[in-house]
Ligand binder design. Sequence first.
Ligand code: MLT
Length: 272
Amino acid sequence: METRYVSFERTRIAVHVTGRGPLAVLIHGYPLDHRMWADTLHGPLAEAHTLVAVDLRGHGHSPWCGDEAHTMDTFADDVSAVIRTLSDDPVHVVGLSMGGYVAQALWQNHADLVRSLALVDTRAAADDAAGKAARDAAIRTAVEQGRRAIATAMLDKLLAKRAADDAHGLLLRARVLTMATAMPVETIVADLRGLRDRPDRTAMLPDITVPTLVVVGSEDVITKPPEAKAMAAAIPGATLVEVPGCGHLVPMEDPAAFAAALGSFWAGVGGG
Ligand code: MLT
């Protein structure tokens, strides 16, 4: 894996690249970074695709830019700069959860860069009043108790129940906890403000004209299967894959099933 930096204006975005072939950009969720894609980056998809896992600003290797809020539109603009730097052609875009909100913003604001969309464990709707209140409570927790409190609170919601029970599950928990506890408090707060205030993109779904795959874990308690089904039904021609036994992090919980779903989707898109 090669790590590169794409610099523009006063921003520097780290990207982690494997494979060869048509380009696919992978956008991580919250409170995570590019490492959530480790199995994808080093799995079978890299044999026929160039896989580019982005660290959104303030996450992983990408420096903090001093923003009060990380809006999904700002993240999407950063990803658009990455795509323009790395490719002359539209690319496959894969976003998990917050990364899926960013992928939808990318489609809305930079559709010419998108060849296909994979929306993984994500939704189109905005936060409701209870959701916004929960973001504010999480901001207070982050500021008053620090990042470990956020990481441990998130952990049980991110992974399916079975993830706790065996060696694979313990390793998964450790990997997620490592990423989540690496998040600086200022990044957590800026993300939570951006997530809280993100727009509802449900009305945009029927206007998506690129091939779209929707993936959801059958035990996802953050973005639940019925929401994924409704999202897929609203996007013309979209394919829905529900992965049994997984929670909110399908690419980490069942990398083989995820790679199979994405691989056959990309094959159907044509030309890789
Ligand atoms: C994520 O995984 O990116 C977050 O759970 C998204 C959210 O909280 O809405």
